[in-house]
Design a protein. Structure first.
Ligand SMILES: Nc1ncnc2c1ncn2[C@@H]1O[C@H](COP(=O)(O)OP(=O)(O)O)[C@@H](O)[C@H]1O
Ligand SMILES: O=C(O)C1=C[C@@H](OP(=O)(O)O)[C@@H](O)[C@H](O)C1
Ligand SMILES: [Mg+2]
Length: 172
């Protein structure tokens, strides 16, 4: 059994889908952001505001490598930026894992993030117009890294259960 790694832009559903997939498969689930928060004893917002993004990316890389090397099988939900720093994208093609890019359109991401931005320091202070433009450009920049995943799964217009089913089909 390989580790299952979910990646993709903020709001694509990594944390939600990983949790639901875990319930169905009984494979334990780890959220990389939650692991970082526990280790640092600070929220993601606090890490960004007190220490800056570069420090966060360092913790993120260390925690990602640590989780990949742990002997347990698990489902890992990455942060949206994880594959885009410190050559983390190269680790996605490791034979010991199955990496899946949850691919969402700008409209899907915007509609979810507009209601859920306060815990995401990169967009927390943007107005709606700024956010839409930011997501479009940022997603374009990051797609290169996301496309290093072994599997790409479109999640637009799919209920959580449908995306979970699609992942089970990939794993079968
Ligand atoms: N079909 C869906 N699949 C996944 N998430 C959805 C869906 N519909 C609405 N959501 C909501 O979108 C948000 C996705 O956020 P989250 O799971 O934290 O994503 P990520 O970890 O990729 O940033 C959650 O608030 C979730 O409830
Ligand atoms: O895209 C990013 O750079 C980030 C995404 C967040 O995770 P989610 O994608 O789970 O929101 C979190 O790691 C941090 O706020 C930075
Ligand atoms: Mg998340």
């Amino acid at each position: 059994m390989k580790k299952i790694v979910l990646l993709g832009y903020m709001g694509c559903g990594k944390s939600t889908i990983a949790q639901n997939l875990s319930k169905i498969t009984n494979i334990p689930f780890l959220d990389l952001d939650s692991c970082i928060e526990k280790r640092a004893n600070m929220s993601i917002n606090e890490i960004f505001s007190k220490h800056g993004e570069v420090y966060f990316r360092k913790l993120e890389h260390e925690m990602f490598v640590e989780l990949l090397h742990s002997p347990e099988n698990n489902i890992i939900g990455l942060g949206g930026g994880t594959p885009c720093y410190a050559n983390n994208h190269l680790l996605l093609q490791n034979e010991d894992i199955v990496s899946i890019y949850l691919k969402a359109s700008i409209d899907t991401l915007y509609s979810r993030l507009v209601q859920n931005k306060s815990k995401r320091p990169l967009i927390a202070n943007m107005n709606e117009e700024e956010m839409k433009e930011f997501i479009a450009k940022h997603l374009f920049d990051r797609s290169f890294y996301y496309n290093h995943a072994q599997y790409k799964l479109s999640v637009d217009n799919k209920a959580v259960e449908e995306t979970v089913e699609d992942i089970l089909a990939i794993l079968a």
